[in-house]
Write a protein of this length. Structure first.
Length: 220
C-alpha cells in the first residue's frame, strides 16, 4: 500500500502543475474541450495570465477500481506524464494522511520541478472518495540544486459513484510552477494535458480490478 499511495499527490500535481485553483465562480469557466466523453473547462482571473482548468469524465468501472488505480504508483507511471520520481516520506495504512516527494522531468528547455506534498484521503458516505493535496516544507527533503522547488500547490480528485459500474471523476487544482516557464506553454498544457491523462486512465482501467481490500483503511 505504500507504493500505491505514492501516486495520489502525483496525479493531482500533474493534472494541475501549471494551473491555478478552482476558487472562482463557475460562470467564469469556458468549455475548451469536449471530446470522447471528457470535458475540460478553462478560465482566467484578474491579475493572472495563466489559464486555469477543471476536467471531468465518466468511467465505466467501480468506485474502488478508479480510486485504486490512482493510488497505484507503478501503474501510474504508464499514464501520468513527466513524473520521474515518487517517494513516500511518511505514511501509515491506518492514517488518512501521507507525505510524499515528487520530481517532474519537464521537456527541454524547462528545468525539472520537484515538491513535497501532504495529502489527505476521505470518503463521504458510500459513494464519494476525495483526495486533497497541498505542498509543504519538510526538513527531511531539502531543496535540490538541480530542480526548481514548487512551494505553492493544491489539488483535488473527486470520485463519485453513479451506479455499480459508473464513476464520475473530476480533477482540478492550483500550482505556481516557480522559475521561468513561458505562459504560452502553460496555457497549452492546461487545455490538452487533462484530456490526455483521463484518456490514458480510461485505458488502464480496462485492465485493472482494484477492490475495497486494495484501498487504505481511511477509504473503507
Amino acid at each position: 500500500m505504500f507504493n500505491r499511495l505514492k501516486t495520489i499527490a502525483g496525479i493531482c500535481l500533474i493534472a494541475s502543475v501549471l494551473t491555478t485553483t478552482m476558487l472562482h465562480a463557475a460562470e467564469q469557466e469556458k468549455l475548451s474541450l469536449n471530446k470522447n466523453g471528457i470535458k475540460v473547462w478553462t478560465y482566467q482571473v484578474t491579475n493572472n495570465p495563466m489559464m486555469q482548468y477543471r476536467a471531468e469524465t465518466i468511467f465505466n468501472t467501480t468506485l474502488e477500481n478508479a480510486a485504486g488505480l490512482v493510488l497505484d504508483t507503478e501503474r501510474g507511471k504508464k499514464w501520468i506524464p513527466y513524473v520521474s520520481e515518487l517517494k513516500v516520506i511518511e505514511h501509515s495504512n491506518q492514517s488518512d494522511k501521507f507525505i510524499i516527494y515528487m520530481r517532474l522531468d519537464l521537456p527541454f528547455p524547462l528545468s525539472d520541478r520537484d515538491l513535497v506534498v501532504e495529502g489527505k484521503l476521505s470518503k463521504i458516505g458510500n459513494d464519494k472518495i476525495i483526495f486533497k493535496n497541498k505542498s509543504i516544507t519538510d526538513a527531511r527533503v531539502p531543496v535540490k540544486s538541480n530542480a526548481v522547488r514548487i512551494n505553492h500547490y493544491e489539488g483535488d480528485w473527486i470520485f463519485q459513484r453513479l451506479n455499480a459500474q459508473q464513476v464520475k471523476v473530476t480533477t482540478s487544482g492550483f500550482a505556481d510552477p516557480s522559475g521561468s516557464i513561458p505562459i504560452s506553454f502553460v496555457n497549452s498544457f492546461v487545455q490538452q494535458q487533462p484530456y490526455q491523462m483521463l484518456q490514458k486512465m480510461k485505458l488502464q482501467l480496462k485492465n485493472s480490478n482494484y477492490t475495497q481490500k486494495d484501498l487504505p483503511e481511511a477509504l473503507h
